[in-house]
Design a protein around this ligand. Structure first.
Ligand code: ZN
Length: 311
């Protein structure tokens, strides 16, 4: 077994206005980084198109209908000042979701030890009834529900190290006792949620806010003190990672001071948890990361660890 890389050219068809940080060039940078020789042995898989009904694991039908109806025939329309739709957005969103669900199938079916889904738009800000923060479908939360309901797992953990709080994932998993959601994020920062007292209906959420200018040492200390013991105690049957790389010191949208080596480190620690409890089964999905060079280097570091640990 090894590591699957799941992507699709439809990730390029979700177009945002000029100057928008969540842009087509992000996936181009990721794809370019993953063409290096060290990534030759990835299992490369095309993200299938999810059926819209699969999004019902996280969103009500009314939301899905409204989102699809808002997709323009030409040009771009804004759902809010951050979140845009272009003619290809619905297709891209369904490919992103399909990629995450395929990753779950591959990892749980023994086709790969772990998987990285390199798609956009990201998902972790999309709440059950509201698109926001560049996000349309809440991929990580839906993948968690899918692993629980479709594959019959008892416990699924989602760890989100994007610099922004994963409010959408939290919203959808809030009252799901079979899921643990853990998020490290800068606070204060968009979207404003993610305080430690937000703990879920079943004490199934752990928020670990970090002050601006926290560096890698501070991040690692909090992960070791809070995140790892909580994940270890939960003993997940699958670990899903919302892998945003905008906590990098070069990122223009936030003020944490992490580097690619810190993303490699946290990936190692998450693989330790997965090794201890679920045969190393990790599904990681791309969230943020808006400095192209930092994003490329950070994704490369993340996937390199997944490959080493998945071999
Ligand atoms: Zn982010």
């Amino acid at each position: 077994m090894t590591t699957a890389l799941i992507t699709h050219p439809d990730a390029l068809t979700h177009v945002t206005p000029p100057g928008h940080p969540e842009r087509v060039a992000r996936i181009e940078a990721v794809n370019e980084a993953l063409t290096a020789p060290e990534f030759t042995f990835l299992i490369r898989e095309a993200a299938p198109l999810a059926d819209a009904s699969q999004a019902l694991n996280g969103h009500p039908q009314g939301y899905i209908d409204k989102l699809r109806a808002a997709v323009p025939v030409s040009g771009e329309v804004a759902l809010d000042p951050d979140t845009w739709l272009s003619p290809g957005s619905w297709q891209a969103a369904l490919r992103g979701l399909g990629g995450c669900l395929r990753a779950v199938d591959m990892v749980l079916g023994g086709e790969a030890r772990n998987a990285f889904v390199a798609m956009r738009p990201p998902g972790h800000h999309a709440e059950a009834r509201r698109a926001m923060g560049f996000c349309l479908l809440s991929n990580a939360a839906i993948a968690a529900k899918y692993a629980l309901d479709h594959h019959g797992l008892a416990r699924v953990a989602v760890m989100d190290f994007d610099v922004h709080h994963g409010n959408g994932t939290q919203d959808i998993l809030w009252d799901e006792p079979r899921a643990l959601f853990v998020s490290t994020h800068q606070m204060p920062l968009y979207p404003g949620t993610g305080a430690p007292d937000e703990r879920g209906a079943h004490d199934n959420i752990l928020n670990v806010p970090l002050p601006p200018h926290s560096d890698g040492a501070r991040f690692r200390a909090e992960v070791e003190r809070q995140v790892l013991p909580r994940l270890d105690g939960f003993a997940p049957d699958l670990l899903i990672v919302s892998a945003g790389f905008d906590a990098h010191r070069a990122d223009p949208l936030a003020q944490l001071d992490l580097g690619a080596e810190d993303f490699a480190w946290v990936t190692e620690r998450l693989c330790d948890i997965a090794d201890a409890h679920c045969g190393g089964r990790v599904v990681s999905t791309l969230e943020g990361g808006y400095d192209l060079d930092a994003l490329a280097a950070s994704v490369a570091a993340h996937v390199k660890v997944l490959m080493e640990r998945g071999a």
